[in-house]
Design a protein around this ligand. Structure first.
Ligand code: PLP
Length: 359
């Protein structure tokens, strides 16, 4: 019998979350963001499931885009950070990868590249996140360079990215939208502002294109209650099973450094899942885990390949009992909050060793 730790991916839920993103923004086209191996869900399988629905995909780098092309994905793929080196531009043009242009060197390299076909360009404006993007004062010089270059396809799009759109009460998103609209070089220019949080909570940010990432995987990026949360179903379940149990006495310790000691006679379940699977080592005692569908607290240190859970209060749990670390019944967001991080991080980290099972 194989090690029971695995990632289950519900592709039907992925499609329905994608359709929800489209429904929330009926006048926009919705790009499916599948960077970071589709946030840990497997980029090829997710893109194949979404390709009949999504008109384009977005990834973080050309290696991710090439992986999709090699798997037979034919829709356009946007490189969200553009190219990292000038020679990637040639491959991008050949493969119908769209390029984000966010720094003056990229404009220069694109105009100078020797291409046989023009490439579709999204120009990123820095509207206040101050991570990537061109400051608007550069447009006067740089936009004509792009518009007049045979390397650049007609219909340049203007894009930007939100710093705080997940925070429903944060006024900065409105400031970014206003800044963007004020500095848009032409009123009728196609544009793209909204990530998942923008799609879900900031309808005035909906553009020609929206860029749906995290929401596709069925957890909300928003920091509070919102009607747009209702259409999301978690896609990933991080699963395993109990591989050993034991009873210990009050005062006995469990695991490395004996960081947890029993305050009562306790039943311990050991589960095949560890930090080498991407389950965070800093998950503290008390992080919820579902054993046999019932919540139990993680205790002691997360090991490389195993964790321990206190199942004293559970009914009928034992060797072979199914375990879920997050999924539909216990969300990745909720578990991540115990670990001092966010659903985005825990999801993207579990893909390395674990087999994926698609349903
Ligand atoms: C990752 C990314 C997105 C998707 O963001 P989510 O919050 O996951 O929806 C959108 N745009 C850019 C530029 C990105 O890098």
């Amino acid at each position: 019998m194989a090690r029971p730790a695995h990632i289950q991916v519900d592709l039907q839920a992925l499609i329905s979350n994608y359709q929800w993103a489209c429904q929330l923004a009926p006048n926009s086209q919705t790009m499916a963001i599948v960077k970071a191996d589709a946030y840990g869900h497997g980029a090829v399988a997710c893109a194949r499931a979404l390709e009949p629905h999504a008109p384009a995909f977005g990834v973080a780098c050309i290696e991710e885009a090439i992986q999709l092309r090699q798997a037979g994905i034919t829709k356009p793929i946007l490189l969200l950070e553009g190219t990292f080196t000038a020679d990637e531009i040639v491959t991008a043009a050949e493969q119908d990868f769209w390029l984000m242009v966010e720094d003056p060197w990229q404009v220069d390299a694109l105009v100078k590249a020797k291409l046989t076909q023009a490439v579709k360009v999204w120009v990123k404006m820095d509207t206040g996140m101050h991570r990537l993007g061109l400051a608007p004062f550069r447009f006067e010089h740089l936009l004509p360079m792009l518009e007049n270059s045979p390397n650049v396809a007609d219909g340049i799009l203007m894009a930007s990215h939100f710093a705080c759109a997940d925070e429903l009460q944060n006024p900065f998103t409105k400031q970014q939208i206003d800044f963007f609209k004020t500095h848009l070089p032409q009123k009728a220019m196609p544009f793209s502002l909204a990530n998942s949080a923008g799609i879900m909570a900031w309808p005035e940010a909906h553009g020609t294109w929206n860029r749906a990432g995290f929401m596709l995987y069925g957890n909300t990026p928003l920091d509070g209650a919102h009607s747009s949360n209702d259409g999301l179903t978690p896609v990933m379940s991080l699963n395993s099973a109990v591989i050993s149990t034991r009873h210990i006495e009050t005062g006995q310790g469990v695991g490395y450094a004996q960081s947890w000691t029993a305050k009562r006679p306790t039943t311990i379940a050991t589960i095949a899942m560890g930090y080498a699977d991407g389950y965070p080592r800093h998950a503290p005692t008390g992080t919820p885990v579902l054993v046999n569908g019932q919540q139990a607290p993680l205790i002691g240190r997360v090991s490389m390949d195993m964790v321990t859970v206190d199942i004293t209060d559970l009914e009928g749990a034992g060797i072979g009992s199914p375990v879920c670390f997050w999924g539909k019944q216990l969300t990745a967001n909720e578990v991540a909050s115990h670990m001092g991080t966010i659903g985005y991080e825990v999801m993207t980290r579990v893909g390395l060793r674990l087999p994926k099972v698609y349903v």
